[in-house]
Design a protein around this ligand. Structure first.
Ligand code: ADP
Ligand code: MG
Length: 260
């Protein structure tokens, strides 16, 4: 796999986040570099979505900081951040019946600004994103009338149209059918090979093993592990995170889990 030398790096240093007296995240430090395809694992409520929002600058940590290419996120404007960092939220319900084309076109806002028409480069980026996510046939459809899986692909297309080199995705394969899951995981891997930095939360350890080159594990507010997926994800980890007993099966280069 090629490891490009250049591209923005996202770094978190000593993040702490609490809601009232309840600590949600503590002592979180990590980096997302060009070429990374990172799976973020953790049980429900572990703080995965919260961590993504802090990394995006949407939530402010009580301690620590996030750096985008060495500059503190808190000192950067939204458009500046959006040119480097894209977000695919878990769900998104627009209040207006936008078409798919319009939603994907929103990815160009950091370049055009509000209320300005899209130019040739913008349309090219939008068309390419529709092709990459296999949703050209949905371009004229109203977003709110799509299925969950179709919506998910539209949101990913919007992030691709944004052409940011770092993409944070919250449970991107949840709600996708088997074929779209496979294609999306492959696509994320290819983007990383092209020099993008990808961080995606997932509930499927197998997917982290198959398609990520790093696994981060959140447990009880702390980063329990950060390393190569095969070094991190095993039956013991699954039992610790999800309180289920599993048996680990190796069919090299694959590893999967069955109930034990
Ligand atoms: P995950 O994405 O790993 O499931 P979240 O980041 O959504 O976890 O949530 C982490 C913790 O913070 C959970 O205990 C959740 O209940 C709590 N939490 C998240 N958002 C809010 C909120 N807006 N108000 C109160 N509690 C919240
Ligand atoms: Mg979540």
């Amino acid at each position: 796999m090629s490891t490009p030398a250049s591209g923005p790096v996202l770094e978190a240093r000593g993040l702490r986040y609490a809601l009232g007296p309840r600590s949600i995240l503590d002592g979180i430090s990590l980096r997302v570099r060009p070429g990374d395809c990172i799976a973020l694992l953790g049980a429900n409520g572990a703080g995965k979505s919260t961590l993504l929002k802090i990394l995006l600058g949407l939530l402010r940590p009580q301690a620590g900081e996030v750096l985008l290419d060495g500059a503190s996120l808190s000192g950067l404007g939204r458009r500046e951040v959006a040119r480097q960092l894209a977000y695919v939220p878990q769900s998104h319900t627009p209040s207006f019946p936008f078409t798919v084309m319009q939603i994907v076109g929103q990815g160009r806002l950091p370049f055009t600004g509000l209320g300005r028409a899209l130019g040739t480069d913008d349309w090219r980026a939008v068309s390419q994103a529709l092709v990459d996510m296999h949703i050209e046939h949905l371009a004229g459809r109203v977003y709110t009338e799509l299925s969950g899986g179709e919506r998910q692909r539209v949101l990913i297309a919007r992030a691709l149209a944004q052409q940011a080199r770092l993409i944070l995705l919250d449970e991107p394969i949840t709600g996708l059918d088997y074929g779209h899951q496979r294609r999306l995981l492959d696509h994320l891997q290819r983007l990383a090979e092209r020099g993008y930095g990808i961080l995606a939360t997932t509930h499927r350890p197998e997917h982290a093993l198959e398609s990520a080159n790093r696994a981060l594990v959140l447990h009880q507010g702390r980063l329990l592990a950060d390393g190569a997926p095969r070094a991190v994800i095993d039956a013991g980890l699954i039992e610790q995170l999800y309180q289920v007993k599993v048996r680990q099966i190796e069919v090299l280069p694959h590893r999967f889990f069955v109930p034990s």
